[in-house]
Design a protein around this ligand. Structure first.
Ligand SMILES: NC(=O)c1ccc[n+]([C@@H]2O[C@H](COP(=O)([O-])OP(=O)(O)OC[C@H]3O[C@@H](n4cnc5c(N)ncnc54)[C@H](O)[C@@H]3O)[C@@H](O)[C@H]2O)c1
Length: 265
């Protein structure tokens, strides 16, 4: 990989609290590419990640906040701006497929309570609105910005049973991406979304790993493969792509045949 594509840039990356995750891989690649990093997560473990990233030689500030809460978002963005002076790049990565106050996590829509629906929308969609709203004004003032929203194939491209709230939120991320991309297109700010398929983040379920093995590339993605795509979209090398959803799924979505194997050729 060429280095230095983010030299001199400050990147605010959400959802960085686990070493084997898309957020951590993104922070690592951005550091390699020369960016200073502000990482934000609800978990205190974001500080451990910051320490690990500093150990690699990168300049990092870490901030804890529940990014579904407007006041906490404003606080951490203000902290990051005070620390770094500006934010050139935003990666909205925080999100959860399987979570929420109501368990078990997978619920058919007919049985889904409002709390689970609201939680899924809040963490996977509203958090991206709140963080973006707090940062995009600074980008507009400076006439430069790159925003990358982490969506999923689940929702805008495909669907999983029992996850209607996640599907709706991740499809909503595409709408948010396009709506904002148009608003800021004349102001030096490009806004795109990435849609990973199955990713092996260490905590992947047997189901997730099996599904990864069944893709045309016969494996789940590694987080760094998603991170490299995010880094391109976040860099000044991306000069003409905005409002797009980039699918990175090992070809999972292109295989039209779902019948018995013996009838396929
Ligand atoms: N892993 C996959 O297979 C996969 C596939 C497609 C899309 N994605 C998306 O990629 C992103 C990263 O996923 P990951 O698999 O690396 O998972 P992850 O669990 O490592 O990352 C999610 C992070 O978000 C943080 N978070 C949760 N709630 C929060 C809140 N209220 N405020 C602030 N931070 C909060 C968590 O603490 C965690 O660190 C998510 O948006 C996910 O939906 C993942």
């Amino acid at each position: 990989m060429c280095s230095g594509r983010l030299e001199g840039k400050v990147a605010f990356i959400t959802g960085v609290a686990k070493p084997n995750s898309i957020g951590f891989a993104t922070a690592s690649v951005f550091g390699q590419e020369g960016a200073a990093l502000a990482i934000a997560d609800i978990s205190d473990k974001t500080h451990d990640c910051a320490e690990a990233l500093r150990g690699l030689g990168y300049e990092v500030s870490s901030h804890t906040a529940d990014l579904t809460k407007s006041d906490q978002v404003r606080r951490v963005v203000a902290e990051a701006l005070t620390h770094h002076g500006c934010v050139d790049v935003l990666v909205n990565n925080a999100g959860l497929a399987v979570a929420g106050p109501s368990r078990p996590p997978y619920r058919n829509l007919a049985d889904m309570d409002v709390a689970k629906w609201d939680f899924g929308i809040a963490i996977n969609l509203s958090s991206q609105f709140l963080v973006t709203r707090s940062i995009v004004g600074h980008m507009i003032e400076r006439g430069y910005g790159r925003i990358v929203n982490v969506s999923s194939t689940t929702g805008p491209v495909l669907a999983c049973r029992g996850q209607a709230e996640y599907c709706a939120a991740k499809a909503g991320v595409l709408g948010l991406t396009r709506g904002l991309a148009l608003e800021v297109a004349g102001q030096g700010i490009l806004v795109n979304a990435v849609a990973p398929g199955w990713v092996d983040t260490g905590g992947s379920s047997a189901r997730g790993l099996a599904a990864g093995s069944a893709t045309p590339l016969k494996r789940a993605a590694q987080p760094i493969e998603i991170a490299r795509l995010i880094a391109f979209l976040a860099s000044a090398e991306n000069t003409y792509m905005t409002g797009q959803l980039i699918v990175i799924d090992g070809g999972n979505g292109i295989d039209e045949y779902h019948g018995p194997k013996e009838l396929d050729r």
